[in-house]
Design a protein. Structure first.
Length: 101
Protein backbone atom coordinates (compact mmCIF):
# COMPACT_ATOMS: atom_id res chain seq x y z
CA UNK A 1 0.00 0.00 0.00
CA UNK A 2 1.46 3.41 -0.95
CA UNK A 3 2.44 5.73 1.88
CA UNK A 4 0.52 9.02 2.01
CA UNK A 5 2.84 12.00 2.33
CA UNK A 6 1.94 14.60 4.94
CA UNK A 7 4.79 16.87 3.93
CA UNK A 8 3.68 20.38 2.96
CA UNK A 9 4.36 21.63 -0.54
CA UNK A 10 6.37 24.82 -1.15
CA UNK A 11 3.26 26.86 -1.86
CA UNK A 12 1.66 25.85 1.44
CA UNK A 13 4.83 26.68 3.36
CA UNK A 14 4.77 30.22 1.91
CA UNK A 15 1.08 30.62 2.73
CA UNK A 16 1.75 29.51 6.32
CA UNK A 17 4.69 31.93 6.64
CA UNK A 18 2.62 34.80 5.25
CA UNK A 19 -0.18 34.03 7.73
CA UNK A 20 2.36 34.05 10.57
CA UNK A 21 3.86 37.32 9.33
CA UNK A 22 0.36 38.89 9.13
CA UNK A 23 -0.32 37.90 12.72
CA UNK A 24 2.98 39.05 14.22
CA UNK A 25 3.91 42.09 12.12
CA UNK A 26 0.78 43.28 10.31
CA UNK A 27 1.83 46.92 9.83
CA UNK A 28 5.31 46.05 8.56
CA UNK A 29 3.86 43.46 6.19
CA UNK A 30 1.39 46.00 4.79
CA UNK A 31 4.24 48.38 3.90
CA UNK A 32 6.45 45.64 2.47
CA UNK A 33 3.79 44.32 0.08
CA UNK A 34 2.89 47.80 -1.23
CA UNK A 35 5.02 47.64 -4.37
CA UNK A 36 4.17 51.18 -5.46
CA UNK A 37 5.34 52.92 -2.28
CA UNK A 38 7.88 50.59 -0.60
CA UNK A 39 11.53 51.61 -1.10
CA UNK A 40 13.73 49.60 1.27
CA UNK A 41 14.12 47.91 4.65
CA UNK A 42 17.59 47.91 6.19
CA UNK A 43 18.69 46.03 9.27
CA UNK A 44 21.93 47.13 10.91
CA UNK A 45 23.63 45.26 13.75
CA UNK A 46 25.08 47.60 16.35
CA UNK A 47 28.06 46.90 18.65
CA UNK A 48 25.87 46.89 21.77
CA UNK A 49 23.93 43.83 20.55
CA UNK A 50 20.89 45.69 19.30
CA UNK A 51 19.68 45.86 15.71
CA UNK A 52 18.38 49.00 14.03
CA UNK A 53 15.61 48.67 11.43
CA UNK A 54 15.24 51.49 8.90
CA UNK A 55 12.21 51.47 6.62
CA UNK A 56 11.77 53.83 3.67
CA UNK A 57 8.71 54.41 1.52
CA UNK A 58 6.78 57.12 -0.30
CA UNK A 59 3.87 58.84 1.42
CA UNK A 60 0.50 59.62 -0.19
CA UNK A 61 1.85 62.80 -1.79
CA UNK A 62 4.80 60.91 -3.29
CA UNK A 63 7.42 62.29 -0.92
CA UNK A 64 10.04 60.04 0.71
CA UNK A 65 9.49 59.15 4.37
CA UNK A 66 11.42 57.00 6.84
CA UNK A 67 10.83 55.32 10.20
CA UNK A 68 13.05 53.51 12.68
CA UNK A 69 12.84 50.69 15.19
CA UNK A 70 15.48 49.25 17.47
CA UNK A 71 15.55 46.07 19.51
CA UNK A 72 17.64 43.10 20.54
CA UNK A 73 18.24 41.00 17.47
CA UNK A 74 16.60 41.14 14.07
CA UNK A 75 13.18 40.08 15.31
CA UNK A 76 13.23 42.63 18.12
CA UNK A 77 13.94 45.45 15.67
CA UNK A 78 11.17 44.24 13.37
CA UNK A 79 8.69 44.22 16.28
CA UNK A 80 9.81 47.73 17.19
CA UNK A 81 9.42 49.09 13.65
CA UNK A 82 6.00 47.46 13.40
CA UNK A 83 5.01 49.52 16.46
CA UNK A 84 6.51 52.66 14.95
CA UNK A 85 4.45 52.17 11.78
CA UNK A 86 1.30 51.50 13.84
CA UNK A 87 1.86 54.78 15.72
CA UNK A 88 2.34 56.68 12.44
CA UNK A 89 5.80 57.94 13.41
CA UNK A 90 7.08 58.58 9.91
CA UNK A 91 9.64 61.34 9.26
CA UNK A 92 10.47 63.15 6.06
CA UNK A 93 13.50 61.40 4.56
CA UNK A 94 15.97 64.23 4.02
CA UNK A 95 18.87 63.66 1.64
CA UNK A 96 22.04 62.87 3.55
CA UNK A 97 24.93 65.31 3.24
CA UNK A 98 28.35 64.84 4.82
CA UNK A 99 29.42 67.28 7.50
CA UNK A 100 31.70 70.00 6.22
CA UNK A 101 35.16 70.11 7.75
Amino acid sequence: MPKISTKKGHAQVWVDLDDLFKGLLPHLRAVLIDEADFVELRLKAKPDGTTLAILKKYDMSGGPVVCFGSGYGVFGSMLAINGTIAAGNWRVDKPWQPKEK
